[in-house]
Design a protein around this ligand. Structure first.
Ligand SMILES: NC(=O)C1=CN([C@@H]2O[C@H](COP(=O)(O)OP(=O)(O)OC[C@H]3O[C@@H](n4cnc5c(N)ncnc54)[C@H](O)[C@@H]3O)[C@@H](O)[C@H]2O)C=CC1
Ligand SMILES: N[C@@H](CC=O)C(=O)O
Length: 823
């Protein structure tokens, strides 16, 4: 004997019911079956609404009654043969008249008791089971309508009645034990010993099936629904959920208690007692495997089977030194709450015994507060309890799995992933069964928490990095090209999914949770974007609540770099090519380092010096390894390097500068290179990274921009004015050349002295062999005393810079090859 249960979604339409009829008929051919059905999709909710409206004296319930009648009649006409239709329709009319009478009574008396509500709600299943039994008969299957109220006996706790098991099992066995006919049983409803209709709680049809299965010692209980079994997380909240193949009864109980809605929690118990497997299958894809719930847990590699949540709970905390070491305190708390009919969902108590904290449903919170306030009035007055605090808008998230037992590292991974994503945990509980770790977080962190934990356990192989890019000029566009080129390889070889969730330039921005293509910008931003506002961009990005979220700054804007503190405080890691933040006031530089630590975010800016060259990383590593930096010396500008490596006195100097701009070496405004500011910024950053407290005003900077060109109001006019000085630059060049020297713009920091400026160097100088946009940085340190540690290579250009930014992103994403996280 197998028990098949079909939920509302499986009997939601004519098409769906046809599928159900086919399935039942096929299953019947394989052996004896009993069928439990829910009301047609949405009917119970409508009945609930109707009875509330009637009790308010509102006559609109009549329209809804008419709609229910029409819907059921239509199904009868479509699924039942013409000959049988009139009998079925007559019976249907009798049922609906009975419903109408009750509702009319409620509307006249304006009185709605829990008893009446249960009676009204039961009509959904009475109608559906009756129609389906007749439709089965009409299609040739020997079937009969079975009213569960004849069998399932409960106490009179209307709305959520408790089943009297022994009596119920006896009734079921007597009614169905020997039957060969397919009984189509009303789910959800039951009756008291006096024959009054009760209900088993919303979702109670699953429970009906389990009771019938246990009473008849069925070989299996099949719950047919509209999803492919129980998922690793709620599909509405976690996009990358996966189906769970099997669960133990205990795991299923834990998951269903914590909100996995596919199965109604009380369902497990009767099946478990009789060791009957429960299959959860999709009516619309019967070929899919689904989930099986059995005695034995199958241990999976991740140890965790599923992540579940109870959204919106209130956390109540009792605090006071008077509770320490006093026996019976906890008992008093729980007795007070039990007397007030408050259900405690989760409890934690610190071993100091100074606080007890527990979660309850919001609609029970004020009852709980009142009960505790009254019960502990004396202790509150005497100061034995300092306060009873209520914190609404919280959620509980639980990771569940039999394999968590005695497996070290599970909670480590769990909490590490939360910490990394800046999620604050309000309370923690782990049962001694070790099958469940639960945390309480604020409601607005729920989606992020679920996704973070889910990814940590199930998708550790594939990790989404959610990118929010600001600035799509030269560097930003090249970075997008690189994303496009590397995305597949990163996904396939390194399990990293680059997801562009936000993009902005100075005019517009766009945010999309599901991600956006890497191509088509900035045109798409122009036509579809929202006018840019940093606050709005961050706010919307934050609202997405995505784990592994990363801001990338590819602007040269101080407005953007001034915004970094807000970005970090919102728990976004940050990668920047923009040097403005780190070369601004020392206080700002230090604040950013501290904020990154405080908010547990990563802040990487390798491209601030030497573009894609590993300069900052190398310096950080030296400092962390205890080395002491004594002198920093180098050619830090790709632009100036290119200019003086290329200029030979033949082509006009201003044309060579233009060449640097065209090759993408310069800052958006090339005067920033020529005036030494870009080099000064880089030297300042290196000195700070080396541990020196330096301000920009401490630097001596040689400005190569001739006075008249400094204030030019556009880049074109700057070049025009610069051309007037071509001869002066030629003179400088010739002078050096006449001595066998060349010109080189050098940055130097030693013993608090920082200079950047143009120097003549001879052919033996270590910097004389540079070509193209080469940078060279020599670190003289205690460890590298005789010969400096040197980093050399192209130090500007869109390609190398984009590569450097992507390397920072991958470092943050923990790609093994980049896992040395020096921040
Ligand atoms: N060219 C190179 O070799 C290297 C450049 N960098 C740095 O890369 C950064 C970007 O340089 P480019 O791409 O050449 O600049 P760009 O001028 O071509 O592009 C800047 C982008 O930032 C956007 N933007 C400017 N202000 C904004 C604001 N307030 N809000 C939103 N968006 C804003 C612009 O709309 C544009 O999309 C600069 O900080 C530069 O120092 C770093 C290393 C090497
Ligand atoms: N304009 C800069 C680009 C890199 O930071 C340079 O020329 O070095």
């Amino acid at each position: 004997m197998r028990i098949l249960k079909f939920g509302g979604t499986s009997v939601g339409s004519e098409d769906a019911i046809r599928k159900v009829l086919k399935l039942i008929s096929r299953k019947r051919e394989e052996g004896r079956i009993q069928v439990v059905v829910s009301a047609f999709r949405g009917v119970t909710n409508t009945l609930q609404q109707m009875v509330e409206e009637a009790s308010d004296g509102n006559q609109t319930y009549r329209d809804q009654l008419k709609a229910i009648e029409d819907r059921h009649i239509e199904i009868v006409r479509k699924l039942i043969g013409v000959k049988e239709q009139s009998t079925v329709l007559t019976e249907l009319k009798v049922l609906l008249n009975e419903l109408d009478d009750v509702l009319h009574g409620v509307s006249l008396t304006h009185e709605l008791t829990a008893r009446t509500r249960d009676f009204v709600l039961g009509f959904g299943e009475r109608l559906s089971a009756y129609i389906i039994s007749k439709a089965l008969k009409s299609s040739g299957v020997e079937a009969e309508y079975v009213d569960a109220r004849e069998m399932i006996v409960t106490n009179d706790d209307f709305g959520n009645a408790r089943v009297l098991i022994a009596k119920t099992y006896e009734n079921i066995r007597r009614r169905l034990g020997k039957s060969d006919t397919v009984g189509v049983i009303t789910g959800f409803i039951s009756s008291t010993e006096n024959g009054e209709t009760t209900t088993l709680g919303r979702g109670g049809s699953d429970y009906t099936a389990s009771l019938v299965g246990a009473a008849l010692n069925a070989e299996a209980i099949e719950i047919w629904t509209d999803v492919e079994g129980i998922m690793t997380a709620d599909p509405r909240k976690v996009g990358r959920h996966l189906p769970i193949g099997s669960l133990s009864y205990e795991e299923a109980m834990e998951l269903s208690h914590f909100g996995a809605e596919v199965i109604y929690p009380p369902t497990i118990h009767p099946a478990m007692e009789m060791a009957i497997p429960i299959y959860i299958k999709n009516t619309f894809k019967p070929g899919e495997k689904g989930t099986v719930i059995t005695k034995e847990a199958q241990i999976v590699k991740s140890s965790v089977k599923g992540i579940s949540s109870i959204d919106n709970v209130t956390l109540i905390t009792l605090k006071g030194s008077g509770m320490v070491g006093v026996s019976g305190f906890a008992a008093r708390i729980f007795t007070a709450l039990a007397d007030a009919k408050v259900n405690i969902i989760m409890i934690t108590q610190a071993s100091s015994e100074h606080t007890v904290c527990f979660a309850v449903l919001p609609d029970q919170a004020s009852r709980a507060m009142q009960a505790l306030g009254t019960h502990f009035r004396r202790e509150l007055e005497e100061g034995v309890i300092d306060e009873i605090k209520e914190e609404p808008n919280c959620s509980i998230v639980a990771a569940v799995g039999e394999g968590m037992k005695r497996t070290p590292g599970i909670s480590g991974r769990f909490f590490r992933s939360l910490g990394r994503n800046g999620i604050n945990v309000r309370a923690i509980a782990q049962g001694s069964s070790e099958r469940n770790i639960s945390v309480v977080v604020k409601n607005n962190d729920l989606a992020k928490t679920l996704n973070t934990i889910h990814d940590a356990f199930f998708l550790s192989e594939i990790k989404s990095v959610n990118l929010f890019l600001i600035g799509i000029g030269l560097i930003g566009s090249k970075l997008l090209e690189l994303f496009q080129r590397q995305a597949d390889l990163l996904y396939e070889k390194h399990n990293i999914e680059l997801k562009l969730c936000g993009i902005a330039n100075s005019r517009n921005y766009m945010i999309k949770e599901e991600g956006m293509p890497f191509t088509g910008w900035p045109d798409r931003l122009e036509s579809e974007g929202t006018p840019m506002s940093l606050n709005a961009f961050l706010e919307e990005a934050d609202e997405l609540n995505l784990p592994n979220s990363l801001f990338i700054d590819c602007t040269a804007s101080e407005e953007v770099s001034d915004f970094y503190p807000e970005v970090m405080k919102a728990n976004f890691s940050l990668v920047t090519a923009n040097k403005k933040a780190n070369s601004g006031p020392l206080k700002r530089y230090q604040e950013l380092q501290e904020l990154a630590l405080e908010y547990n975010v990563m802040y990487l800016y390798e491209t601030n010096v030497g573009a894609g060259l590993p300069v900052v990383k190398t310096l950080k590593e030296q400092v962390l390894a205890g080395d002491e930096i004594t002198r920093i010396e180098g050619v830090l500008s790709g632009t100036l390097s290119y200019i003086f490596n290329t200029y030979n006195g033949e082509i006009p100097f201003s044309e060579v500068v233009k060449g640097a701009l065209q090759k993408g070496y310069t800052e958006p405004d090339p005067r920033e290179d020529l005036n030494g500011m870009d080099v000064a910024r880089k030297l300042l950053i290196l000195a700070r990274e080396a541990g020196f407290e330096v301000e920009m005003s401490d630097l001596v900077i040689e400005n190569l921009v001739p006075e008249p060109a400094r204030e030019a109001d556009s880049i074109d006019s700057f070049f025009e004015k610069l051309a007037d000085f071509d001869d002066d630059f030629k003179k400088k060049y010739d002078e050096a050349a006449s001595k066998g020297h060349r010109l080189c713009y050098i940055a130097r920091y030693e013993k608090g002295e920082a200079t950047v400026g143009l120097e003549e160097i001879d052919a033996d100088h270590p910097f004389s062999g540079l070509s193209g946009s080469d940078n060279i940085i020599a670190f003289h340190t205690m460890h590298y005393r005789d010969t400096p540690l040197v980093v050399k290579g192209p130090g500007a250009g869109a390609e190398v810079t984009a590569g450097g930014i992507l390397a920072d992103i991958l470092r943050i994403s923990n790609v093994p090859a980049f896992s040395n996280k020096i921040v």
